[in-house]
Write a protein that binds this ligand. Structure first.
Ligand SMILES: [Zn+2]
Length: 279
């Protein structure tokens, strides 16, 4: 069996068992307003009117559409900080204070939560030349994508990449790692022990596959020990796009259609990005 056949068969099996899984997740939501990502409830000041409960979902259309973006929350992790993102959103104009409408403002690093890296992130001459997130190719960010599980005991090295047997022709891959099992994106404190690509793993991917979209489940595709070297390998040719901080919990591996859209932030080497999978 070729790896692609394996993937397709796995997908077919996933489709068979899916209705059960969907029924379960449908039953689990909507969570009540104020339910944070760790599952603990926070105090809500909502009125007692029962139908004023907003719906917050992880999947849509009976499970056909899966949201793989994380919510932006003050307690989400941010690069090298023990304290999380902190206060980033406030109601600058409030109806309670006499404004005609509510208007919020926000301030956050562009590499927060689920986000994308442009070539200017690690190459200053690309930054100066304008290779910002507005120049990223939406064709790369949208199309068939493979979700793969990475061996849980190590970083993504050349050996690991080789062992994954990703078929030639696959252009978009989301790498689910130990980071998902450890729920690192739900922990406020930044954790340097996250799993990511070592330089040789990045080089193997560039040299031996057709992958142009690399997605991963913590704040960097590169392991902390090879942070800049791995980024340099990926972004050197400006044809690979890195999506970081993806939410890859609780759905089967296999082939999906991915859709990711960054903001058109001219001059920025990073952007928050909304990504979904469609079965
Ligand atoms: Zn980044």
């Amino acid at each position: 069996m070729t790896p692609l056949q394996y993937v397709l068969i796995t997908c077919a099996v996933a489709h068979v068992v899916l209705p059960l899984a969907v029924a379960t997740s449908d039953a689990a939501y909507p969570p009540p307003y104020g339910l944070d990502q760790s599952g603990t409830t926070t105090t809500t000041t909502a009125s007692a009117v029962d139908d004023l409960i907003p719906v917050r979902r992880e999947v849509y259309g009976g499970g056909r559409i899966i949201d793989i973006s994380h919510r932006y929350l003050s307690e989400m992790p941010t690069w090298e900080s023990p304290d999380g993102l902190g206060h980033f959103l406030w109601l600058a104009k409030s109806m309670k204070n006499g404004s005609e409408a509510n208007n919020s403002e926000m301030k956050l690093p562009t590499h927060t939560g689920t986000h994308v890296d442009a070539p200017g992130h690690v190459f200053d001459h690309y930054f100066d030349a304008g290779f910002d997130v507005d120049t990223l190719d939406l064709e790369v960010l949208n199309g068939h994508a493979l979700l793969v599980d990475v061996p849980r005991d190590k970083n993504i090295t050349a050996e690991v990449m080789k062992s994954l047997n990703i078929p030639k022709g696959v252009r978009r891959v989301l790498f689910r790692t130990l980071n998902t099992d450890r729920r690192l994106m739900y922990k406020k404190e930044f954790d340097t022990s996250y799993v990511g690509f070592m330089k040789d793993g990045a080089k193997w991917l560039v040299d031996n596959t057709d992958i142009k979209l690399v997605g991963i489940d913590y704040l960097s595709v590169a392991a902390f020990d090879d942070l800049i070297p791995s980024h340099l390998v990926f972004l050197k040719n400006r044809d690979i796009i890195l999506v970081e901080g993806l939410k890859l919990d609780d759905f089967p591996l296999g082939l999906y259609s991915v859709h990711c859209l960054p903001l058109r932030l001219v001059g920025s080497e990073g952007s928050p990005i909304r990504c979904i999978l469609i079965k």
